[in-house]
Design a protein around this ligand. Structure first.
Ligand code: C2O
Ligand code: CU
Length: 439
C-alpha cells in the first residue's frame, strides 16, 4: 500500500475547447477537466488543494468511501478561502471509476470545469490493451463563449430543467477524435459530469458490453446497444475489438425527462479505428461476486420522497420529504438500511448518496436487470426504488441529493448523521448552516 501525493491548484485560466473557441475556465491545475488522479485499491491519497479562485471552494470525492471529515461538504469542513490550502487525506478502499468535483457554489464552479476523474485500480482488474477515461459535460455559452446568466425566463427554465448547454465536451474538448487500433480491446470509463444532461450513450447503435458502474465491476459483462448515464453516474464498457476502417460516433440519444427544453440526439465524439494490432486483452466471464445485502421484498425501514411543487413564490420548488434542505433521521453504524425512495414528480431526478454504496433491490416492485454497487441512480417520474446499504463505521455528517445541480442548489437534498451508538450523536453547531449555498 502506497501513499500518493497530489498537489492541486484551483484557479481561473483560458481553456481552448476547439479551434477558435476559448473559454474562461475554473479548474484544477490549469486543465479542464482536472488531472486524472490514479491510485491502487488500498492506497492512501493525500491531495493538497490550493485555492487561487476569487471565491471559496471544497472538493467532494464522489463515490469514495472515506471518513466523513474528508467528504468535502459544508457539513464537515469550513470552505477553503481564496489563498488558503487544505489537505485531503484518505484511503481508497474500492477499485473503480470515481471522480472529484467542487461541492461549493456547484452550479457555477462545476459548470466552469471544477471536476476530474479519480481512477482506482485493482491488481485483479481484467486486462485490456488500453484504457480511456471519457468525462462528459456540456456548457452553456453565449455568442462570445462566455458563461453568462440568461434573462428571467431562461433562469426559470434552468431552475426547472437544470442547466443544459449546447456545447458538449468530452474531456474538455468539443467533438474530439478518439483513436483505437483494430483488433484491440479497451476499457472505456465514462463519467457524466454535466449539471443536468442525461447521457443516453450509444456507439452508433453497435453492441457493447458494460462491465462496471459507480462502485466498480459488476458480476458479469452485460451486452447492450445503449446505456443511460445520469449526472454523477459512471459506466465502464468494453470497447472493441473493431475492424480497420470501422469508424463511428459516440452519441447521446434523445431523452425525455420532462424538461421545458427537449434533449436531442447529439454527437459526443468520433471514433477512428486505425491499423490492426495484436491484443493481450483478457476479460473473464465472471468479473466479480457481489453479495446481496437484502432480498427483493425486504422490509423497508425508511421512506423518502423527492417532490416538485409548483407554487407562486419560486414558480417551482424541489423538495425532499416536503422540505428544502431537509434533515433526515440518523442511522446507526452496522444497521442494515432498506430505504424506499419515491419520486412523486413528473421529472427524473438522479439520486446520489454520499460516502456509501447501495444496491437497488427493487424498482417499482421488480428486481433490477443486474446487481451493482451504486452511489447514484435515476429516479424515473412517478416511481419508487428500494435500496439497501450498510452504514459502516464512518460516523459523521452525510447527505443525499438530486445530482441535477440546480435542483440540489434549490434544496432537493437531505442531511443525516451516521451515529456510532458507543459515542452517540456528535452533532454540535450545524443548525444555522442549511440555507446558504455552500452545500
Ligand atoms: Cu457528486 Cu454531493 O455530489
Ligand atoms: Cu432533480
Amino acid at each position: 500500500m502506497t501513499t500518493r501525493f497530489y498537489q492541486l491548484t484551483a484557479s481561473e485560466f483560458d481553456w481552448k475547447i476547439t479551434e477558435g473557441k476559448t473559454i474562461k475556465a475554473w479548474g484544477f491545475d490549469y486543465t479542464f477537466p482536472g488531472p486524472v488522479l490514479k491510485a491502487k485499491k488500498g492506497d492512501t491519497l493525500v491531495i493538497r488543494l490550493k485555492n487561487e479562485l476569487p471565491e471559496p471552494t471544497m472538493i467532494h470525492w464522489h463515490g469514495i468511501r472515506l471518513p466523513a471529515a474528508m467528504d468535502g461538504t459544508g457539513d464537515v469542513q469550513r470552505p477553503i478561502q481564496p489563498g488558503e490550502e487544505f489537505e485531503y487525506r484518505f484511503v481508497v478502499p474500492d477499485a473503480g471509476t470515481f471522480w472529484y468535483h467542487s461541492h461549493y457554489n456547484e452550479t457555477v464552479q462545476m459548470e466552469r470545469g471544477m471536476y476530474g476523474a479519480l481512477i482506482v485500480e485493482d491488481e485483479n482488474d481484467p486486462v485490456f490493451d488500453a484504457e480511456k477515461v471519457l468525462v462528459i459535460d456540456d456548457v452553456k455559452l453565449n455568442a462570445n463563449n462566455e458563461f453568462k446568466k440568461g434573462n428571467a425566463i431562461q433562469r426559470w427554465i434552468e431552475r426547472h430543467d437544470g442547466r443544459q448547454g449546447k456545447t458538449i465536451l468530452v474531456n474538455g474538448k468539443e467533438k474530439p477524435v478518439i483513436r483505437i487500433n483494430a483488433g484491440q480491446t479497451e476499457r472505456w470509463r465514462f463519467i457524466n459530469a454535466s449539471s443536468a444532461r442525461y447521457v443516453r450513450l450509444s456507439l452508433s447503435g453497435k453492441e457493447f458490453r458494460i462491465i462496471g458502474t459507480d462502485g466498480g465491476l459488476i458480476e458479469k459483462p452485460i451486452e447492450v446497444n445503449e446505456v443511460l448515464i445520469t449526472p454523477g453516474e459512471r459506466i465502464d464498457i468494453i470497447a472493441g475489438a473493431f475492424e480497420e476502417g470501422e469508424n463511428f460516433l459516440i452519441e447521446t440519444l434523445a431523452y425525455n425527462r420532462t424538461t421545458v427544453v427537449k434533449t436531442r440526439r447529439q454527437t459526443l465524439a468520433t471514433v477512428t479505428v486505425r491499423e490492426t494490432k495484436p491484443s493481450i486483452a483478457s476479460i473473464p466471464a465472471e468479473l466479480r461476486k457481489i453479495e446481496t445485502l437484502a432480498a427483493t421484498g425486504a422490509a423497508v425501514n425508511r421512506k423518502i420522497s423527492f417532490e416538485v411543487d409548483m407554487n407562486f413564490k419560486h414558480g417551482v420548488d424541489f423538495l425532499v420529504n416536503g422540505n428544502m434542505h431537509d434533515r433526515d433521521k440518523p442511522v446507526y453504524v452496522d444497521e442494515l438500511q432498506v430505504w424506499e425512495i419515491e419520486n412523486t414528480s413528473m421529472m427524473d431526478h438522479p439520486y446520489h448518496l454520499h460516502g456509501f454504496f447501495f444496491q437497488v433491490i427493487e424498482e417499482n416492485g421488480k428486481a433490477p436487470l443486474y446487481k451493482a454497487w451504486k452511489d447514484s441512480y435515476n429516479l424515473k417520474p412517478k416511481s419508487k426504488i428500494k435500496i439497501a446499504w450498510i452504514p459502516d463505521n464512518r460516523p459523521g455528517e452525510w447527505m443525499y441529493h438530486c445530482h441535477i445541480l440546480e435542483h440540489h442548489a434549490a434544496g432537493m437534498m437531505s442531511h443525516f448523521e451516521v451515529v456510532d451508538p458507543k459515542n452517540g450523536s456528535q452533532r454540535t453547531t450545524h443548525h444555522h448552516h442549511h440555507h446558504h449555498h455552500a452545500m
